[in-house]
Every structure is written in structure tokens, then in C-alpha cells.
Design a protein around this ligand. Sequence first.
Ligand SMILES: [Zn+2]
Length: 267
Amino acid sequence: MPELPEVEVIRRFLNRNIVQEKIDSLDILYDRSVEFEGDFNASVLCGQRICFVDRKGKYLHLGLDRNDLVIHLRMTGQLYFEPEREPKDHIRWVMNFQSGRKLYFRDVRKFGRLVVHPKGAPKFCKNAEIGFEPWEMPLALWFDELKTERAIKAVLLDQHILAGVGNIYADEALYQSGIHPERKASSLDQHEANNLLMAVRVVMEKGIRFGGTTFRDYLGGDGKKGSMQDHLSVYQKTGSKCRKCSGPISRIKVAGRSSHFCPRCQK
Ligand SMILES: [Zn+2]
């Protein structure tokens, strides 16, 4: 599933390629892939300009003249232009621009969504506010959020605290900061808490630099795979040698998710 770095790579691609484009029409090939938060339909988009492409956690936010669009790729969503990528199966919608270009949304598992909101403050999460970007989380508030009996891995994955951290980057950040994924969050001292937040920022920045992580479906907007998977230390490395101590990487379940870690280096 795409995490913050993968979505940021796509945001940068879209920002370079679709800002100032005017929408001609939106062809919806799978009804449930597009939702409308208001009494309007796809025709409302006709003639509207893309003013900016922003991101909140794993959500893309496209600001138009009179509406806001929020896109969540979920498990397998891909965005790309024709004709740079094949195949053409599993396309859920096509955004046609007046310039003649077409932006395709391909999604094998069909969980991805494009939501059309009235102009204003688009909602990203249905139930609650989405958390801070890792770079914007104040250290004092972060330390406060850790005053809980939950496992530190569960706190890292909680989108209402930090936005955009998923399984890959959570495992990598815990490894970099030497913290066991099952540790009670409240057992981290201030120094460990700071180190962990810094590690989240560093692995995210590295992920963006390498164009994201591609194990299966993820593609940057230019249709290219990311290469961060070649630079991971623990994620999906069960049985491989730890880069620090040469011991074997283990896998356990924490908060219902597979967690990869070094039992010697992470306490
Ligand atoms: Zn180790």
C-alpha cells in the first residue's frame, strides 16, 4: 500500500504536469471509484482549472476553481498519463483535459477513491481529524501522544497522530532508532521519543528521494517503479542479516500487522 513517500512522489509528478490544465470531462468506468460530497455530478468539473496539487498524509488534494478533489489510492491505485504506461485494464476513471491529455486511474483491487467536495475545507478522514505530517509534529506533543499503554508500532501507524506512516516506514524507523516494535509507548524516554520521530522523518525523506517503494503495484506518476525497496534494512527481510550486528531479522505480529525487526539491536 502506498505510504506518505509514494504519495508525495506522485504529488510532485502531478504538480509538474497538471497544474493549470483545464478539465474537459471525467469518464467514470467504475461507479464506486468516484464519490460526490454534495448535490452534483461529474459534469460540475467541466472547464475547471487545476490550481494546485497538495497532499495530506496518504491523501492527494487537488484544488480546482470551484471544487476540491481528494484522491486516496488505497491498496493498488495508480495514476498515470497515456500513452506512457500499459496495460489499459482495471481503469476506474479517466480525467480528460482540454489540452487533449488524459490522466488514468488504474486500480486492480477497487478500493481507491476520488471524492469531489464543494470548494472549501475538504475532509480527508471520515471519522476524525488526520494527524500531523511527521515534519510538522511538535516534539512536546509527540511525547504527550506516547503516554499510552499501546505498543509503539501501533502509535506510529495511527493516522490520527502521525499522517502517512504505514508498515514499511514504521518498521524502518523503529530499526533506525533501536526501538522494539512491541515496546509500550509510555516506556520511551524523551530522548528515545525524539530519536524515533527524527528516524521517521529520515526514512520518509529517503523514500521520497528513491521514488518510493515498489513491491508490487506502486508506480510514480511517470509510470516508473520506485527503488526504495533496495534500501530497506528490515522490512520483508525476515532471516536476512542485520546491517548493524549481522544477526537474523525476525518477524512478529504487532497491532495485527507483520513487524520486521532485529531482536539484538532493538530493545
Ligand atoms: Zn542487529
